[in-house]
Design a protein around this ligand. Structure first.
Ligand SMILES: [Zn+2]
Length: 294
């Protein structure tokens, strides 16, 4: 096995890493721009190791995307990536197979290969948005077009707050960083980040506390539903909001335990911010043959 590449395109930062036999050997992170910057970063990392081309490249990107065409579709978080033919352009640049998938699904694959390595689990990204990936019997659940696992868009509160998907009361609208910041704007009349709202709540601000409790309640409800449907060994969480898990976790777990028939086992990913990068590296080994680019 030679060198493989993982790319994790995020709303604000892009990470690129080289792996040799599953070990991360070099990495680069930079503010998200366009595909040329990704190509340049891969070239730089390869050149530093005297390598010309990798065996494979896996790319995780925020949904929506067309896996069969290897194209990022209309993406609200990455407007200038809409229509970019990621697979075709990277294959041309590096003459190796390239695979593209949803970033949260990639994170689940990272957990499967490099994290807790459970055979049955649900991975949830709790961050600016809420995404997910489902692994059953050691296999990723892809769905008919690769969009399975969008746990953020289950409706928990009909007629609740608007979600960026166009519906109302989705888990993402209730519990994501964006949802928390918007609740602060509407109810506290202040422009705050989700992290700032959490800190205010931690320091006893009653308005911030009620927003945080609602978010944790919604996430706990989502976890309880997934726990009942999939009967996983564990539910794994990652994403920026889990940095405050010491404070938020007990609220989430209390809600989840109250709404599930048995107490859900919830763990944070041991891979931290790198979970999507590891998953992108492992993506080629889990890619569904029915969705290979044509
Ligand atoms: Zn939604």
């Amino acid at each position: 096995m030679g060198i493989t590449v993982g790319v994790d395109i995020g709303g604000t930062r892009t990470r690129v890493a080289l792996f040799r036999e599953g070990t991360l050997i070099a990495r680069e992170a930079f503010p998200t721009e366009g595909l040329p910057e990704v190509v340049a970063a891969i070239r730089k990392l390869l050149a530093a190791r005297g390598a010309e081309r990798p065996d494979t490249i896996g790319v995780g990107a925020p949904a929506p995307l067309d896996m069969r065409r290897g194209v990022i579709l209309n993406c609200p978080n990455l407007p200038h990536w809409s229509g970019v033919r990621v697979v075709e352009e990277l294959e041309r640049a590096f003459s190796c197979p390239v695979y593209l998938a949803n970033d949260a699904t990639c994170a689940a694959i990272g957990e499967l290969e490099y994290g807790h390595r459970a055979r049955d689990f649900v991975y949830i990204t709790w961050s600016t948005g809420i995404g997910g990936g489902i692994v059953a019997g050691g296999r990723v659940l892809w769905g008919k077009s690769g969009q399975a696992g969008e746990v953020g868009h289950m409706v928990l509160l009909p007629n609740g707050p608007h979600c960026r998907c166009g519906k109302r009361g989705c888990l993402e609208a209730l519990a994501s960083g964006t949802g928390i910041a918007r609740a602060a704007r509407e109810r506290l009349h202040r422009e705050l980040t989700a992290a700032q709202v959490v800190e205010l709540a931690r320091n006893g601000d009653p308005g911030a506390l009620s927003i945080v409790l609602q978010a944790c309640q919604a996430l706990g409800q989502g976890i309880a539903i997934l726990w009942e449907i999939f009967e996983p060994e564990i539910i794994v969480l990652g994403g920026g909001l889990t940095n405050s898990w010491d404070y938020l976790g007990p609220y989430v777990l209390e809600a989840a335990a109250r709404m599930a028939r048995s107490e859900p086992r919830v763990e944070l990913t041991p891979l931290g911010d790198d979970v999507g990068l590891y998953g992108a590296e492992a993506l080629p080994r889990h890619y569904p043959s029915g969705l290979l680019p044509t």
